[in-house]
Design a protein around this ligand. Structure first.
Ligand code: XMP
Length: 514
């Protein structure tokens, strides 16, 4: 399946994952490797093409990330981007130095459209530049194929050897015709056929899993989230009832969510698997009673989850395989692929659970980006509402109730949140907002209902737009929608007499309240 692949050699640039994604958008399979990867390993992989990414260093400085000349002599087409382009010149005898003018942002670039890379690209178009060094002289055998007002070598190539250098970033969407250039490289220069498609990925993965598992028993912790659901369905299609999915209802799910997950995966559902739902609500509420500190709550919920799962796993006995819904960004962000800083050591990668007796782990989505996981989910026939579910934190409503958690507070926040979601969907806003939910502030205040004084909770509504969930802006929800949501919540949810809207961005706030 993956015989045809392009590799991205990562020099620490911030767009490394983007390069791989854009290549995959051309239906060519692509993986990211650190620049430290042994050249022998690269030869073994025998990629159809190599792309060198950008990076924060100056290639002429001592100790800067580098590569050997041999990389350019393998007979495999190489495309260097930004730092990668400068490094190509530096290693092959050109000259790179600090540019007299630093270029940053959208820049008009003029192309030689006779170049294979710039075929069908306009004579000049806007590209994303971000560099302080520049290529002062190209290496011997190279011709200049693009320039800007301040950058004499915006692109260069040695077409006979299939070596291409581009100073700007075609992978960034601000480069208007960037995808065409990358496609020209992988399809035109490397000769890839472009037949990496989700249906063949799904089909091949199912076949490979079936071969690997044989008659073995497989266990999967199902959360109802996109990744674990897609992984479970893939396993179910491969090995049917050899798969057991354990779904722990910790009582901190959104309203009706436990039943919805059961409807899809349980006995009445569409899939061939053993589904075990553990209703552990009371256990979690007991452990959480009186605990106010957010991190402590997170820890209790995480630990109790493991304990419940472990007990169920023991009932099943030894299994051969454990399924995890690890996806490619988890792998890269954990520092296992590419060269990016370790942003978080994701619980899915590396730390194998030692509380279940199993022989091997299966990670069927390990090579996929999130949007590809969604495509795979649709391919596998999962319902759209599940595939496009917005992120829901592992500790669930436990971190959307400020302070201590009780069954009553869970009921309040579930009901308020359900109304909020319903009205957002009624207003047609559900697909346009990154994440939105109701939270229960721990504040009670005075209100008046009929002629009676009330002293009840305030619900906070949150809605944010975000690209990566690292930063976010409060979404501007129309006033009439907010008005309808607040009046419904105070009228329909007992225990609430006030509704607040959170206008803070992240930073300084976070998306969740705890
Ligand atoms: P914050 O609140 O940090 O949230 O701005 C960023 C994103 O991460 C989710 N989130 C969590 N997910 N366990 C999770 O699995 C957690 O403890 C957790 N805390 C926050 C949050 O929903 C948002 O999408």
């Amino acid at each position: 399946m993956k015989e045809e692949k392009v590799i991205v050699v990562d020099f620490g640039g911030q767009y490394n994952q983007l390069v791989a994604r854009r290549v995959r958008e051309c239906n060519v399979y692509c993986e990211i490797y650190s620049y430290k990867t042994d050249i022998e390993k690269i030869k073994e992989m025998n990629p159809k093409g190599i792309i060198l990414t950008g990076g924060p260093n100056s290639c002429y400085e001592e100790g800067a990330p580098s590569c050997t000349r041999e990389l350019f002599e393998l007979g495999i087409p190489v495309l260097g981007l930004c730092y990668g382009a400068q490094l190509m010149m530096h290693v092959l005898g050109g000259k790179v130095e600090k540019a007299p003018v630093r270029e940053y942002g959208k820049t008009e670039v003029h192309f030689d459209t006779a170049s294979k890379i710039f075929q069908n690209v306009s004579k000049s178009s806007v590209c994303w530049m971000s560099h302080t060094d520049y290529i002062a002289n190209v290496a011997s055998g190279f011709a200049i194929t693009a320039y800007t007002a301040d950058c004499p070598v915006a692109a260069a190539e040695n077409a006979a050897q299939n070596l291409y250098a581009i100073q700007f970033h075609p992978e960034v969407l601000h480069t208007v015709e960037g995808t065409k250039m990358l496609s020209n490289f992988v399809l035109g220069v490397c000769g890839c056929s472009g037949n990496w498609k989700m249906d063949s990925f799904v089909e091949n993965s199912i076949r490979e899993i079936r071969e690997k598992v044989g008659n073995g028993k497989v266990l999967c912790a199902l959360s109802g989230g996109v990744d674990s659901s897609v992984a479970a369905v893939m396993l179910s299609k491969a090995v049917g009832e050899q798969l057991t999915c354990v779904f722990v209802d910790h009582g901190l799910l959104r309203k009706n969510e436990g039943d919805e997950v059961e409807a899809v995966f349980g006995e009445e559902g569409n899939y061939d698997l053993n589904f075990i739902r553990v209703n552990a609500q009371e256990r979690f509420y007991e452990k959480l009673a009186g605990v106010e500190e957010p991190e402590r709550k997170r820890k209790i919920i995480g630990e109790e989850f493991i304990r419940v799962f472990e007990e169920e796993a023991k009932k099943i006995g030894a299994v051969d395989f454990l399924v995890q819904g690890t996806i490619y960004p988890d792998v890269v962000e954990s520092g296992l692929g590419g060269e990016s800083a370790v942003i978080k050591s994701h619980h899915n990668v590396g730390g194998l659970p030692d509380y279940v007796d199993f022989k091997e782990i299966i990670e069927p989505l390990r090579d996929l980006f999130k949007d590809e996981v969604r495509k795979a989910g649709l391919e596998l026939g999962l319902p759209e509402h599940l595939v496009y579910r917005q992120p829901f934190p592992g500790p669930g409503l436990g971190i959307r109730i400020i302070g201590d958690v009780t069954a009553e507070k869970v009921r309040i926040v579930q009901d308020a949140d359900a109304i909020y979601r319903e009205e957002i969907a009624n207003a047609g806003l559900d697909k346009g907002i990154g994440q939105y939910f109701a939270a229960l502030t721990n504040m009670k205040s005075v209100g008046v209902m009929g002629d009676e004084r009330t002293y009840d909770y305030a619900i906070a509504l949150r809605a944010v737009n975000t690209v990566d969930f690292m930063t976010a802006e409060a979404a501007q929800i129309p006033w009439d929608v907010l008005g309808k949501v607040s009046s419904r919540i105070v009228n329909e949810v007992k225990g609430v007499n006030r509704v607040l809207y959170d206008c803070t961005g992240k930073p300084p706030a976070t998306i969740e309240f705890e």
